[in-house]
Design a protein. Structure first.
Length: 115
């Protein structure tokens, strides 16, 4: 027979302010950090923005590129404007962009030999 007046005095109170809750599967390595973020959100606290994939710390929605990144874009864009047969000017712009990114340009010189 159903108990229409159950004794609930021994039951624990929910640990979350926002209910209902659902189980989710995440990599064990991420679980503590994700749980901490969820707890902050549950308490109504502001969540600090994590760095985006390029590590510059700006929110993903920030359209302002990193200054070095903008210089790389400018160098590559200017390469479009260089006319063919201009003594390697296009290669100079590509080399400049690579150097801004911290990459040593191994550009072929005279006769296809690498320097």
């Amino acid at each position: 027979m159903a108990n229409y007046n159950p004794d609930t005095s021994g039951l624990k109170q929910p640990k979350w302010d926002h209910t209902p809750t659902v189980p989710i599967r995440v990599p064990a390595e991420f679980a503590p950090a994700l749980l901490a973020i969820a707890r902050q959100m549950d308490r109504g606290e502001a969540i600090e923005a994590a760095p985006n994939s390029n590590g510059n710390g700006r929110p993903q929605s920030d359209p302002t590129p990193d200054p070095i990144f903008q210089q790389v874009i400018d160098a590559l864009q200017s390469a479009f404007e260089v006319k063919a047969g201009n003594g390697g000017a296009i290669k100079d712009e590509i080399e400049k962009a690579l150097n801004l990114m911290g990459v040593e340009a191994n550009r072929p010189r005279r006769g296809g030999r690498r320097s």
